[in-house]
Design a protein around this ligand. Structure first.
Ligand SMILES: [Fe+2]
Ligand SMILES: [Fe+2]
Length: 138
């Protein structure tokens, strides 16, 4: 999986995290292609999960701060990804990971960056204000 400029959402921190996840997909694809042992694949999927969790948390806090109107829908999408990743990790335990299953996730991710992530970043750009959860002490 290769990073393409068309994936960029226009916020460097988010693009950098997206690039990190794209790189992990490349590493996982190679591991499956090279028929690495199931524990290596499992460990790489675990790294993907950690990156994805951290990244989704950042996006979701940005959405909350900016009062993004479609946050619930977007959070459900993130949950869907993590559930599919769970299922994929379980299949590595029974040594049945195929390219099809990892392709589903990488295609999902590409589409997510180009549509839903772009949509929420556009919202932040257009609304340009932050909703605080509370006022900090003076
Ligand atoms: Fe994202
Ligand atoms: Fe997202």
């Amino acid at each position: 999986m290769q990073w393409k400029d068309e994936y960029s959402v226009g916020i460097a921190e988010i693009d950098d995290q997206h690039k990190g996840i794209v790189d992990l997909f490349t590493v996982i694809n190679a591991a499956i292609d090279n028929r690495e042992g199931w524990s290596d694949v499992f460990f790489k999927l675990e790294q993907l999960r950690e990156h994805a969790r951290f990244h989704f948390a950042l996006e979701e806090s940005l959405m909350r701060m900016h009062g993004y109107s479609r946050q619930a829908e977007h959070v459900d999408q993130h949950k869907h990804f993590l559930e599919k990743l769970d299922q994929l990790q379980m299949t590595t335990l029974s040594r049945q990971v195929t390219m099809n299953t990892i392709h589903y996730l990488s295609n999902w991710y590409t589409d997510h960056m180009k549509t839903q992530d772009r949509d929420f970043v556009r919202y932040i750009i257009d609304h340009g204000k932050v909703n605080l959860t509370h006022l900090p002490d003076a």
